[in-house]
Design a binder for this molecule. Structure first.
Ligand code: PMP
Length: 360
């Protein structure tokens, strides 16, 4: 039985990517050594690194005045690096909070400077995202930070936030590469790789070059974006294996018609699941408000929450794995990133309708 893995991350990788990685694991391109065994300064790895970088640049249409960096430390390390690098004394970091990850980001930023929550949807249980017009920014804002897709709560922005010239910083960990975005609206985008880009252990940072000039001197070298920009992402030994896999994922995405092609499939996939929620007569209840529904993380509950464990057990027995919601919020969550096949969503929807008929 095929297992469909709804895990929120690390998440499913495309099967053809895993197959190619398996085939090449002992010998990268016939060199007789694994990509994990060769020097990160070797010609072979240089090709791998530039392949991954140019793949991301092509797919996301990243202009020349932006640098693409590969870091470590996960999405969460960016909660610290962003304010360390960009939050100058006397300025504020404006934070738009639409879920649990944004909350963590602002908390971390407050350790380095004046971090200000300019919007939060906590009062509605993180079910919504603001309209652009609802936001107003501090006059002394060094940047505005938001989370384009809140992985735990399952809410997603449907537009690229604009801040009237204030640099926009975006945590796109759980929806990068899922749809086209206008990079030029952003000053910095970051994303842990383990949902839509590759394995855990690599974080992609896309940063507009002029931001590099604002960074204060004296930061620890590995917390300073300039160290990565000036050293081809290699001020020290990078996650070579992870970067290699990112290159493969990019080529797989090319074969899917790029981000526009995958977006179409993501919309179709999510619609199957949201339609099942909406047509269940309230047996299943979606968490996010309709207009904020994430295409990547579908969060829901059963009307009778006592049945949730039973549902999860039955799902497991049908090869539907990883449906338990985040431990902080409970309920259920189906993470259906780029690599997640539609057939898995269809199997889940069948179970939902059958389970509701038996337990309704
Ligand atoms: N931001 C978002 C939106 C996330 O979903 C996550 C992890 N699920 C993080 C940040 C933290 O990422 P990491 O575990 O790679 O530090």
């Amino acid at each position: 039985m095929d297992i469909f893995n709804f895990s929120s991350g690390p998440a499913m990788l495309p099967k053809p990517v895993l197959e190619q990685a398996r085939d090449e694991i002992m010998s990268l391109g016939g060199i007789g050594m694994s990509v994990m065994e060769i020097s990160h300064r070797s010609k072979e790895f240089e090709k791998v690194l530039h392949g991954a970088e140019s793949g991301l640049r092509r797919l996301l249409n990243v202009p020349d005045n932006y640098r693409i960096l590969f870091l470590q430390g996960g999405g969460a390390m960016q909660f610290s690096m962003v304010p360390m690098n960009l939050l100058a004394p006397g300025m504020t970091g404006d934070y738009v909070l639409t879920g649990a990850w944004g909350e963590k980001a602002v908390k971390e930023a407050a350790k380095f400077g004046n971090a200000k929550t300019i919007y939060t949807s906590v009062a509605d249980g993180f079910r919504s995202v603001p309209e652009q017009e609802e936001l107003s920014f501090s006059s002394e804002a060094a940047y505005v930070h938001y989370t384009s897709n809140e992985t735990i709560d399952g809410v997603e922005f449907k537009y690229d936030l604009e801040a009237g010239g204030i640099p926009v910083v975006c945590d796109a960990s759980s929806n990068i590469l899922s749809k086209p975005i206008d990079i030029e609206k952003y000053a910095l985008i970051y994303a842990g790789a383990q949902k839509n880009i590759g394995p855990s252990g690599v974080t992609v940072v896309i940063i507009r070059e002029d931001l590099l000039k604002r960074i204060p001197d004296g930061l620890p070298a590995l917390m300073d974006y300039r160290s990565f920009a000036e050293n081809d992402s290699m001020p020290n030994t990078p996650n070579t294996w992870g970067i290699y896999l990112i290159g493969l994922v990019c080529r797989w995405l090319d074969d899917q018609g790029g981000v526009a092609g995958i977006e179409k499939r993501n919309i179709e996939k999510a619609a199957v699941l949201y339609n099942a929620l909406d047509s269940s007569d309230g047996f299943f209840i979606g968490h996010a408000k309709r207009e904020a529904r994430s295409l990547m993380n579908v969060t829901f509950r059963l009307r009778d929450e006592r049945l949730e464990d039973l549902f999860i057990d039955e799902a497991e027995s049908l090869g539907l794995s990883g449906l338990r919601g985040h431990r902080s919020v409970g309920g259920l969550r189906a993470s259906i990133y780029n690599a997640f096949p539609k057939a898995g969503v269809e199997r889940l929807v069948e179970l939902m309708s059958d389970f509701a008929a038996r337990n309704g």
